[in-house]
Design a binder for this molecule. Structure first.
Ligand code: PMP
Length: 306
């Protein structure tokens, strides 16, 4: 991490090196923080930086906060402006990752959500590729189950819930796989460790419904819209069994960090032809232009940093 880059911390923009919390902070002790992972993309022709769907990211962040009894004195617009100020402070001319977090900021012992002060922090860093084999990922079905809505809400980006993602990811990587596919407690495919999942079967695009313990991904929503509007695909939200994934024609992950990642093998079984399929290829290319503000039809998704 570059500690000279700027961060928003306790109401001010400061160098990241100064944005420190105490070891007795509630959010650190109990994982009582909610966060967002969003990106800004550099458009070299326009020589400008664009946040991708920041309103949707902040709406989800504030909703996650509501589930965790958190309150901050900012709405979506105010949060977008903070990001713009922060990105301008570092004069980025490259792709950037942003990590806004709301956390329980009081110090001391006592696990709960109520009667605790909430703080907002945001840091940024130059973006680096998230999944190495993003055109031919080999994934495994994780032995870990996805957190259930009645234990920790999967639709909320709660810091503590990411222990679940970390277990799935580390075990997959240590076993030689690029990523994990995680089943929910019903045994249906929910998502990757930190990415939503899609399957193509007989020309139809299928993705698990928001009631299958998934995060309501913004890339997921964007890809569904692009698939319908631009490629005339039928999109179905329904549960996917483990073995249905084995016989899919194509599969891919979506996420803000990873964008669109082709899954070409699951537990040593080739998916479709065993290489990135035509629908995944088309969606990936189209999406790459949309996020980089190169497609005026989707300009409402791109917020210029100026
Ligand atoms: N699922 C989980 C668990 C995630 O952490 C993420 C990344 N935010 C996603 C899905 C993808 O969501 P999005 O497209 O909004 O980044």
């Amino acid at each position: 991490m570059d500690l000279t880059k700027h961060a928003f911390f306790e109401g001010k923009i400061v160098p990241l090196g100064e944005a420190k919390i105490n070891i007795a902070t509630h959010g650190f002790l109990y994982g009582t923080a909610v966060f967002s992972g969003m990106r800004a993309y550099w458009n070299a022709e326009k020589k400008s930086l664009y946040l991708f769907r920041p309103y949707d990211h902040f709406r989800r962040l504030l909703e996650s906060g509501r589930m965790m009894a958190m309150e901050i004195p900012y709405d979506e617009e105010g949060l977008i402006q903070l990001c713009i100020d922060l990105l301008k402070a570092d004069n980025y001319q490259q792709d950037v990752y942003l990590r806004p977090t709301i956390y329980k900021a009081d110090m001391g012992i006592g696990v709960r959500l109520h009667n605790l002060r909430d703080e907002l922090s945001i840091f940024t860093s130059p973006y680096e590729a998230y999944v190495q084999n993003d055109t031919n990922a080999h994934v495994t079905i994780s032995s870990w189950r996805r957190v259930d809505d009645n234990s920790i809400p999967a639709r909320s980006k709660v810091a503590g819930a990411y222990v679940n993602s970390a277990l799935a990811k580390t075990d997959a990587n240590r076993a030689g796989f690029d990523e994990a596919l995680v089943l929910n407690s019903d045994g249906h495919i929910s998502e990757g460790s930190a990415m939503n999942v899609f399957m193509v079967r007989n020309g139809v695009l299928v993705t698990p419904p928001i009631t299958d313990n998934i995060l309501e991904g913004i890339t997921r929503r964007s890809i569904m819209e692009v698939a319908k509007n631009e490629f005339g695909l039928t999109v179905e939200e329904r549960s996917i069994d483990r073995t249905e994934a084995f016989i899919a024609d194509e599969m891919f992950f979506t996420g803000s960090a990873a964008q669109v990642v082709a899954i070409t093998k699951i537990d040593h079984r080739p998916i479709g032809s065993g290489s990135m399929g035509p629908i995944t290829t088309k969606l990936r290319a189209f999406y790459e232009d949309v996020v980089r503000a190169k497609n005026s039809k989707y300009a409402s998704w791109n917020v210029e940093v100026k």
